[in-house]
Design a protein around this ligand. Structure first.
Ligand code: PRP
Ligand code: ZN
Length: 283
């Protein structure tokens, strides 16, 4: 049985649950419970505050965790970063009142900067040779400048909406973050096996994300051109049609490229184009 720590509420919580479900780890999403056993995989899910996840995995109280890279950096926990998960993108930024003139990082000399990420910020200021006062505050960092408690903030920015609604502007990005899968450094052989199985499934989920299955009829004499437009994992599947001079071509494309490929395929005579969702790609 392997234990996976995920965020109990907040920006990563829903997507972490969804990722585990896609990987075949189903569990009752009873967030009031602290520890929930999976019905379908030898795993239990431990719900925690995001800031507590790195240390919990470092100690071995959970073998795996899903958490923001920002929290891993701030905690300084000695854990293995197994995989970037491609969701929960955000950045850690310095922001100042929007009417202030920003002159560069030296602007922060002598300033009071409020943050929930004092270690990441301290390392940045040290690197830049800046002497500022770092004020630790665990929440509502964005209100501190207008409340006269600080001159600037260092916080997570995702859409930027929070900064705008508090009259602040982003002036430096110190770190880019996303959700990562982390692991304890000393997993037992048995836990390693379960972790590897889970990782393989998560990788399949990541590869399948945003992929579409496309099939169409194409004149046989345009087949080579179509294959150039649609390279597949190995090569596209081609099936002859009963109608002379036509075949059916099947492949997988990234959703972001779909419409451009469809346009090119129509130009060379593709007809009856069908696009289907892909549930899983297993490599
Ligand atoms: C972060 C951050 C801001 C907000 C920024 O808080 O502290 O309040 O998100 O996002 P935006 O740029 O999209 O407006 P979060 O919701 O993660 O909660 P927490 O700080 O309490 O963990
Ligand atoms: Zn938090």
């Amino acid at each position: 049985m392997i234990r996976i720590a995920i965020q109990n509420k907040g920006r990563l919580s829903d997507e972490s649950t969804e990722l585990l479900n896609h990987a075949g780890v189903f569990f009752d999403n009873a967030k009031r419970k602290y520890l929930v056993k999976s019905r379908s995989f030898p795993a239990e899910v431990l719900y925690l505050r995001d800031d507590d996840i790195p240390a919990t995995v470092e100690s071995g109280a959970a073998q795996l965790g899903i958490v923001g890279l920002n929290e891993v950096a701030e905690s300084g926990a000695d854990v293995k970063i197994v995989k970037r998960l491609g969701f929960g993108y955000c950045r850690l930024c310095l922001a100042i009142p929007k009417n202030e003139e920003y002159t560069g990082p030296e602007y922060f000399n002598g300033k009071r900067v409020a943050t929930s990420y004092p270690k990441v910020l301290g390392r940045y200021f040290d690197r830049m040779g800046i002497k500022a006062t770092i004020m630790f505050i665990s929440g509502s960092v964005e209100i501190t400048p207008s409340a006269g408690m600080a001159d600037a903030i260092f916080d997570i920015v995702s859409s930027g909406g929070t900064l705008v609604s508090n009259g602040l502007k982003e002036v430096e990005t110190v770190m880019e973050s996303e959700a990562v899968l982390i692991a304890n450094n000393e997993l037992s052989a048995e836990d390693t096996e379960l972790a590897d199985e889970l990782l393989a499934r998560i990788e399949s989920v990541a590869i399948s994300r945003d992929k579409k299955y496309i099939l169409m009829n194409i004149p046989t004499d345009r087949l080579q051109e179509a294959i150039k437009i649609l390279p597949a994992m190995r090569s596209p599947t081609v099936i002859p049609l009963a109608a002379e001079g036509w075949c059916s071509l099947h492949s997988v494309v990234a959703a972001g490229e779909l419409w451009e490929k469809v346009r090119l395929l129509k130009q060379i005579g593709a007809e009856g184009i069908l696009v289907l969702n892909v549930d899983k790609i297993i490599l």
